[in-house]
Design a binder for this molecule. Sequence first.
Ligand SMILES: O=c1ccn([C@@H]2O[C@H](COP(=O)(O)OP(=O)(O)O)[C@@H](O)[C@H]2O)c(=O)[nH]1
Ligand SMILES: O=C(O)[C@@H](COP(=O)(O)O)O[C@H]1O[C@H](CO)[C@@H](O)[C@H](O)[C@H]1O
Length: 222
Amino acid sequence: MKDKVVCLIPAYNEEERVGAVIDVVKSSKLIDEIYVIDDGSWDKTSEVAEKKGAHVLRLFQNMGKAFAIFYGVENTQSDIVLMLDADLINLKVKDVENLLLPVLEDRADMTVGVFSEGRFSTDLAQKISPFLSGQRAIKRWVFDKILESKKDIKDLGYAIEIILTEYAKKLKLRVETVPLPQVSHVMKEEKLGFLKGAQHRMKMYKEILKGYVNLKKSRDEG
Ligand SMILES: O=c1ccn([C@@H]2O[C@H](COP(=O)(O)OP(=O)(O)O)[C@@H](O)[C@H]2O)c(=O)[nH]1
Ligand SMILES: O=C(O)[C@@H](COP(=O)(O)O)O[C@H]1O[C@H](CO)[C@@H](O)[C@H](O)[C@H]1O
């Protein structure tokens, strides 16, 4: 029997973008259930997601990306989790399947999708820091292991990806990088305007930095 796959889409004020991502995921026969974790949005993210046919787990306060993803993991059942951001542009069914197949066929424990041949700015960001990519298929037991040993994981916001990357090394996971041709995302400055976008970007960098310090501290403590 095929492993059960749940797609988790964390979303904070993504009413204009989340629908398109759900539409693509819905078209893949490899996905069993789609959950949007509405991370305290004040727009119509939940309503749009429900209308498109996704299940919605709604948080009434903005808790950060790590909380949203782990809340999704804890409140769903599956063998494999597909994480996708809600603001992807040009995502195709083929991309979803390329991310999933190595894990479904047990050739990898985690795949990491990396934008390529798309927009210069988002391609460049992922070339510099592919380990930050939010597009991943992961065996569920990996999340269970992280939850067991890293109790503060849900407080770490945008550091979720570097924590996943660190645990991949720690647990000696088989990781495969998957190119996502022409895929991009809507950048913070495009969503929020230059000033607010830049502020949000600083918040993201701060959370990532905090995650690094936190990881270093746990390494030093052995
Ligand atoms: O507090 C937050 C911040 C972000 N997100 C979601 O996490 C994903 C990645 O965030 P964002 O788009 O800000 O990052 P970017 O893609 O710009 O790096 C998106 O689906 C967001 O809606 C979330 O659920 N809670
Ligand atoms: O590529 C990046 O540098 C950041 C920021 O993207 P934008 O500044 O909004 O284009 O996006 C990634 O990093 C976040 C933190 O790890 C992840 O949550 C996103 O999924 C990922 O796209």
